[in-house]
Write a protein that binds this ligand. Structure first.
Ligand code: SF4
Length: 329
């Protein structure tokens, strides 16, 4: 694995204006509120958290389907956070997305060969014959057959459709793939097949993945490092083994307690979080997790914890790991 980051995100912020009712006042929904991370070439970095935590918005900011309000997106050493569509066009082929719902993301009126070759049509000067040939080869690469090229997406199962989506993303040989919940619509048995395929392709093509999921059990196999998000912020980040063996943040601990373990003798006590995820329009004061945290202290209600490194490569945002605060608590 190459050590230089392919993607670096610094203090990324994105708000949306939301309005309650026709005459209601406008409020800012802070979907992503100052997150930073870097992904090395050939690495898989996963963003995990409940629905509404800002992880999908982050994926769209990174690929510049959305423009950040603040912060930087540095891709291959260039800050692309303010690039306009003209400036982004040549970069689009280098960063592709794979979406959650393969059916919704594939045009039902197009044949599979057209779907797979569409990015080639946009980004290359290949002839129709060359595109068809490549589409057939790509289908074989993702475990389908080249004769599937003449069919339509509705003729395939969910897992096969996701393979078509992956072939399409691969067609322009991107260096970064942002996979947004790519297996959450699939049966568990099919999930592992698609995850294995993504890993095989990573090795073969040297791909870098930003993998987005609500489920820590899904990302365990595929990730090198993991970032846990809560209400628009990163609360913990570490390499996979450290995060699963020694989770520090109470939110990560709660998420991990609900991951099923294959050995029944290793039964874990499940931590049930109280309450629902608060609204990002009106996030709690202090630590955003304090309304649900089983370890909440008085200071947590007033003071937001800083996201800091507590051991090499392991960052957490929680007062429990701040010596100064704990001396006073
Ligand atoms: Fe819980 Fe306080 Fe840590 Fe937030 S800062 S996670 S409320 S202990």
């Amino acid at each position: 694995m190459n050590e230089s980051p392919l993607l670096e995100v610094r203090n990324l912020q994105k708000s949306f204006t939301v309005k309650k009712g026709f005459f209601g006042s406008s409020k800012q929904l802070r979907a992503v509120d100052g997150i930073s991370f870097a992904i090395r070439k050939g690495e898989t970095f996963s963003l995990v958290g409940e629905s509404g935590c800002g992880k999908s918005t982050t994926g769209r900011l990174v690929t510049r389907l959305l423009t950040p309000n603040d912060g930087e997106v540095i891709f291959n050493g260039t800050d692309i956070s303010r690039f306009n569509e003209n400036q982004m066009r040549p970069l689009r082929k280098d960063m592709q997305m794979v979406f959650q719902d393969p059916y919704a993301s594939l045009n039902p009126r197009m044949k599979v060969k057209e779907l797979v070759a569409e990015p080639l049509l946009i980004h290359t000067k290949l002839s129709a014959k060359e595109r068809d040939k490549l589409a057939g080869e790509l289908l074989e690469t993702v475990g389908l057959n080249s004769f599937h090229a003449e069919r339509y997406a509705h003729e395939f199962s969910g897992g096969q459709r996701q393979r078509i989506g992956i072939a399409r993303a691969l067609s322009v040989r991107p260096s970064l793939i942002v996979a947004d919940e790519p297996v959450s619509a699939l049966d568990v048995s099919i999930q592992s097949q698609v995850l294995n395929l993504l890993q095989d392709l990573q090795e073969e093509y040297g791909l870098t993945y930003l993998f987005i999921s609500h489920d820590l059990s899904v990302v365990e196999h595929i990730s090198d490092r993991i970032g846990v998000m809560y209400l628009g912020t990163l609360v913990e980040s570490a390499d996979k083994d450290t995060l699963y063996d020694r989770p520090l943040h109470p939110y990560t601990q709660a998420l991990l307690s609900s991951v099923p373990v294959p050995d029944p003798k290793l039964k874990k006590e499940r931590i049930i979080l109280k309450g629902d995820l608060p609204s990002p329009v009106n996030p709690p004061t202090g630590c955003r997790f304090h309304t649900r945290c089983p370890a909440c202290m008085e200071v947590c209600k007033q003071k937001a914890p800083v996201f800091r490194e507590v051991e090499p490569g392991h960052q957490v945002a929680c007062h429990l790991y701040d010596e100064e605060i704990m001396k006073q608590a």
